[in-house]
Write a protein that binds this ligand. Structure first.
Ligand code: NPQ
Ligand code: MG
Length: 369
């Protein structure tokens, strides 16, 4: 397999409900899609970078530029293109994990379609459906939050994750816990606190939370270990875990009892699987995070979440959680679970007419310098 042609396409899709976190308020999802064509078939990738730095250093225009200028030339030089060879070629460029994950995903989809194998089988998936959780943004009032959570509980999600930040933590979490005493509940701070908030965060111990996700800055791994010693609630790291090596370090320091795995954050599905493997070795449960992906990204995440160590509900949701019209056939949830695609590659495709409707820019490349 050899790269012949690449299409980089920007789409802009309205979100059904605004998504507010400590990082800001999102009303739409601006997404980079990548289609590669080879003599042996085509494949799709989706970039999870957000329009502005915040979740991490990476941002969408930067990811697009790095893909076009540096990653594609490295991958196009390979005559026998495989997912692992693409990842190795891109490793010469430091950083930019979301850009690399996009290219790796497209190469993997094309390669698996050609070999008629599913993404889940390729990664080593063992389950045919994944337990779904819902990530609930910061609301204007506690009353609105309770109404929103009530809807999600009725939808059948197997756990609820509340976004928290200073000024929106103990009160909303207490209210949700009182109203829904049996729901599996966890919180995610997206790095909004510092170690000086340790006493306040320890009060979350009253609410029987499954975990506290990324309370402190991504670089404050040792502070997470200090915080963990004063909490009963298990700490889960998201932003801090950027590779299998960083996962081993965080575990050795006692900074986390659980790890959130997102392929985009760690440079691709192959590195995501290595994190799964090292966490399993250390008996650290993992779960699949999400970035409000379209059906394409969700299909790849479902394949990842099918691995045996993914024992906790994923931030994977049906299309209708975020979009009125997804770019693929809609992903649907039954009994709080979503089926892992079984067809070759990602197992689904964008619908051309829908993609066209949302497209804001297309660049086609066939000369990779
Ligand atoms: C997390 N995701 O686990 C993230 C981060 C995040 C599903 O909670 C727009 C699009 C805004 C994606 C803000 C979930 C976002 C975003 C935060 C993802 O930390
Ligand atoms: Mg998170």
């Amino acid at each position: 397999m050899k790269l012949e042609r690449v299409e980089l396409r920007r789409i802009d899709i309205p979100l059904r409900t605004p998504f507010r976190t400590s990082l800001g308020l999102e009303l739409r999802r601006d997404i980079l899609l990548m289609r590669i064509d080879t003599a042996d078939g085509h494949g799709w990738g989706e970039c999870v970078a957000l329009p502005e730095p915040g979740y991490s250093e990476e941002y969408l225009d930067g990811s697009a530029a790095v893909i076009q200028r540096f990653l594609l030339p490295a991958v196009a030089a390979l005559d026998d293109l495989t997912p692992a060879r693409a990842a190795a070629a891109m490793a010469a460029v430091p950083g930019h994990p979301m850009a690399k994950a996009t290219v790796e995903m497209a190469v993997t989809d094309a390669w698996l379609r050609h070999h008629r194998a599913s993404y889940a089988d390729y990664l080593g998936g063992v389950r045919d459906a994944v337990d779904c959780g819902v990530s609930v943004g910061i609301a204007d009032t506690v009353g609105q939050l309770l109404d929103e959570v009530e809807g999600y509980v009725a939808d059948g999600y197997r756990r609820v994750k509340l976004k928290i930040e200073p000024g929106w933590d103990l009160e909303p979490v207490r209210a949700v816990r009182e109203r829904f005493p049996d729901v599996v509940l966890q919180v995610d701070a997206n790095a909004a606190y510092t170690l000086s908030d340790a006493r306040r965060l320890a009060q979350l111990d009253d609410f029987d939370l499954a975990m506290l996700e990324q309370p402190l800055s991504s670089s404050d791994v040792r502070d997470h270990a200090t915080l963990a010693r004063g909490l009963r609630t298990p700490i889960c790291l998201d932003e801090s875990i950027t590779s299998a090596r960083s996962a081993v370090d965080a575990i050795a320091l006692g900074a986390c009892a659980i790890v959130n795995i997102k392929a985009g954050r760690v440079g691709g599905y192959l590195e995501a699987r290595r994190i799964h493997d090292v966490c399993a070795t250390h008996s650290i449960p993992v779960w699949c995070g999400g970035m409000l992906e379209t059906g394409l990204g969700q299909a790849a995440n479902l394949a990842l979440a099918a691995l045996p160590g993914f024992t906790l509900p994923a931030d994977i949701a049906p299309s209708l959680r975020y979009f009125d019209t997804d770019i693929t056939a809609p992903i649907t949830m039954r009994d709080g679970r979503i089926a892992v695609p079984e067809l070759p590659g990602l197992g689904l495709e964008p619908v051309p007419e829908i993609v066209a409707r949302y497209t804001t820019d297309v660049v086609t490349l066939s000369d990779f310098g």
